[in-house]
Design a protein around this ligand. Structure first.
Ligand SMILES: Nc1ncnc2c1ncn2[C@@H]1O[C@H](COP(=O)(O)OP(=O)(O)OP(=O)(O)O)[C@@H](O)[C@H]1O
Length: 664
């Protein structure tokens, strides 16, 4: 993940503020924290804001500016309204002002002027009497001093002497939130803490500060801050840190002894999580000369941030809802698979999941994502069998405005970009058309994409999990799947066993699906035997359908053989045999659709394909060919050459008629 920091700029944040001066300072501050890993742009209300604005994130400098600009921001654009704090380094200038002085406080807007006064009072400057001033306001009272937070150009004409305490900077929680949104928090959080702590340490060295004022400054920081000197004693501790540590006389013993009393031995390690009086606290530490600086943060706050982020992702539907706890199993083979998935989640390599249809490939993919470091970022699933091949490319990679007729204004972001920072699940990868496989391979190798019709190369950071129920090796032999792509995907391999090979899972799964539907049915011994002997060609999904069927139709609570769907019962009619073959290959539903269309009129494969997609059924051409071949082998259709097209046979019509009576 660190790798993409070195790549070219690709995600962007736009900062919006009232005036140019604040804008410049906020951009500089942001650049200090995020370097060039994110493109930073800025606009001010004074300089003019375009009618329509969008970016990966918009950072607005204050509530007042929010009200002025919100009408310009495109719907759906993520926004953070900044929380700002006084620039601690500059504060010392204010200590020169004697108590009781009347201070004209100059800022750009009414709201920001009042906010700054409030902040200064909280910082302990309540011994000064502030007179608010912003452009356009009359100055009616006399004053002794003029103070401005970085807006000297707004000081009324004729006043030559004033104190500039510098622009109010972004406070630490805003920086955290921003880093979190760009998934940079893991990489940068220590740096954020250290930068802040450095400022604090400088404050302690300022002889002009009295301890009350210092405490007030530290009070505004919502992170625990602790500094030890070279003798190992705590020199500085803010109120948040005090709450973690408890009421201890600091001067009486070194940090190590205090920690030992809390049951923490061996020193506080950077990045470690410790139990401070029942609260889980994560530590960031840094040595600065003879001092060691510690930032302490309550883990539950970090979890809350994560929770909020997950809610945001859920709004876009890009979330993996299943975790490893949702995988029901009592069989040895599936338990081993789950254990393997747990190990695989710790790495960031590409994963290939193989298994028959309905065995739980997507479930396992989601569980891996949720156990991985990317869990708070998007999980985007793409099903190659369900997106028409002519749309696949633009769905995956997005397009630029005007890329083709019908392209949306402003272009469209692709699924790879949507998954940035998270995981993309390429389901039914065996159905990907060959040309697309070549592009996919390039994306996996180069970790960058180019939108359809676009020139810009966009680096992406996604983990790929691919899955298929096809025999990829056979597809390679048949020239339908690229061998090089296969090796790219097959870095970590998970095979999910079919349900018939893990009979021990059947009963726990039935129980699980019944609980999900709020019914409890008993199953007779004979019925259970039949269930266990049935080959479950549609695997867990088919089992879930059967349980749903039983929960819906059963009036009493005991399931007997006769209650089970007809096709599960061991009567070997020709129909059940056909059902069995079609279900095993997972082409049952689509085959019935094809037969129904052909019953209306004979038609060629292309027309069939069009009719299917017109009715909202998107299957690949490969799949359609396969279905037609199988239906022909079973004698249900006759494929004719030339313009006559394909016809349904007598047997096909009879099969359809029988079908309309049974459970589909
Ligand atoms: N071990 C399991 N425990 C609980 N539910 C399961 C389990 N395995 C599968 N399921 C459920 O069965 C259904 C099918 O699973 P899933 O979609 O993950 O299968 P799949 O292999 O990806 O299917 P396909 O190949 O058709 O895409 C889902 O509703 C899933 O939640």
């Amino acid at each position: 993940m660190v790798a993409f920091l070195n790549k070219e700029v690709f995600m962007g944040v736009t900062v919006l503020s009232q005036g140019e001066n604040t804008l410049k300072i906020l951009i500089r501050q942001l650049r200090d924290f995020i370097g060039d890993s994110i493109e930073i742009k800025g606009l001010s209300v004074e300089g003019g804001i375009p009618d329509s604005l969008c970016d990966d994130l918009i950072l607005i400098s204050s509530d007042a500016v929010y009200n002025a600009v919100i009408g310009h921001i495109e719907e759906g654009t993520p926004i953070i309204v900044a929380r700002r704090s006084i620039n601690y380094k500059e504060l010392s200038r204010l200590f020169a002002v004697p108590p009781g002085s009347r201070v004209l406080l100059v800022n750009d807007l009414e709201a920001s002027t009042m906010e700054t006064i409030e902040l200064l009072k909280n910082l302990g400057f309540d011994y000064l009497s502030f007179i608010p001033y912003w452009p356009g306001r009359q100055i009616s009272e006399g004053f002794d001093y003029v103070v401005t937070p970085g807006e000297p150009q707004l000081v009324p004409e004729g006043i030559r002497s004033f104190i500039d305490i510098g622009v109010r900077t972004l406070d630490i929680s805003t920086i955290y939130e921003l880093l979190q949104r760009f998934n940079l928090l893991n990489i940068k959080s220590n740096m954020v803490s250290v930068k802040y702590i450095k400022d604090i340490v400088e404050i302690t060295r300022e002889a002009t500060y009295n301890s009350l004022q210092l405490e007030a400054v530290l009070n505004t920081i919502d992170e625990g801050i602790m500094v030890t000197g070279n003798n190992g004693y705590i020199e500085l501790l803010n109120p948040v840190a005090k709450r973690f540590i408890g009421d201890i006389d600091l001067k009486s013993m070194p940090l190590q002894t205090i920690m030992a009393r809390l049951g923490i031995r061996g020193g506080l390690l950077d990045g470690g999580v410790y139990n401070f009086n029942g609260r889980e606290v994560v530590i960031s530490s840094k040595r600065l000369g003879e001092m060691t600086l510690y930032a302490l943060k309550d883990v539950s706050e970090i979890r809350e941030m994560e929770r909020k982020l997950r809610l945001k992702l859920a709004e876009h539907g890009n979330i993996a809802k299943y975790t490893v706890r949702d995988i029901v199993t009592e069989s040895r083979s599936m338990t081993n698979t789950v254990k393997l998935a747990e190990k695989i989640a710790k790495s960031d390599s590409t994963v290939l999941i193989l298994g028959e249809s309905g065995t739980g490939k997507e479930l396992v993919a989601q569980a891996i994502h949720n156990m991985s470091e990317r869990k708070n970022m998007p999980f985007v699933a793409v099903n190659f069998a369900s997106i028409p091949s002519n749309l696949l490319e633009s769905e995956l990679f997005g397009y630029e405005e005007g890329a083709f007729t019908g392209a949306k204004r402003g272009g469209k972001i692709g699924l790879f970009e949507e998954a940035h920072g998270g995981t993309i699940f390429l389901d039914e990868i065996g159905d990907a058309p060959l040309e697309l496989q070549a592009r996919l391979l390039r994306v996996l190798q180069e970790k960058q994409i180019r939108r359809v019709g676009g020139l810009k190369v966009i680096p992406i950071d996604v983990r790929v999990i691919a899955a298929t129920n096809r025999e990829l090796v056979k597809l390679i032999e048949a020239g339908k799947f690229r061998e090089d792509l296969y090796y790219r995907l097959n870095v970590l391999l998970i095979r999910i066993p079919p349900l018939r090979e893990r009979v021990e899972d059947i009963f726990p799964l039935i129980r699980h699906f019944m609980i999900k539907r709020g019914r409890h049915l008993r199953i007779s011994r004979e019925a259970m035997k039949l269930i266990e002997e049935y080959p479950w060609p549609g695997n867990v999904r088919e089992l879930e359908n059967v349980v749903e069927y039983l929960c819906t139709v059963k009036e009493d609570d005991l399931v007997e053989i006769d209650d089970l769907p007809q096709y599960m019962r061991p009567v070997h009619t020709e129909k059940t045999e056909i059902d069995r073959i079609l279900s095993r290959e997972d082409i049952y539903t689509d085959s019935i659709r094809v037969l129904n269309l052909l019953r209306e009129k004979p038609m060629g494969r292309r027309t069939l394909f069009k009719e299917l997609s017109d009715s909202g059924v998107y299957i690949s051409e490969y799949r359609l060919r396969h279905i037609m071949k199988r239906l022909r082998d079973l004698g249900l259709i006759e494929i004719k050459r030339g313009i006559e097209g394909t016809e349904i046979t007598e047997k096909g019509i009879k099969y359809l008629t029988d079908n309309s009576n049974g459970m589909k």
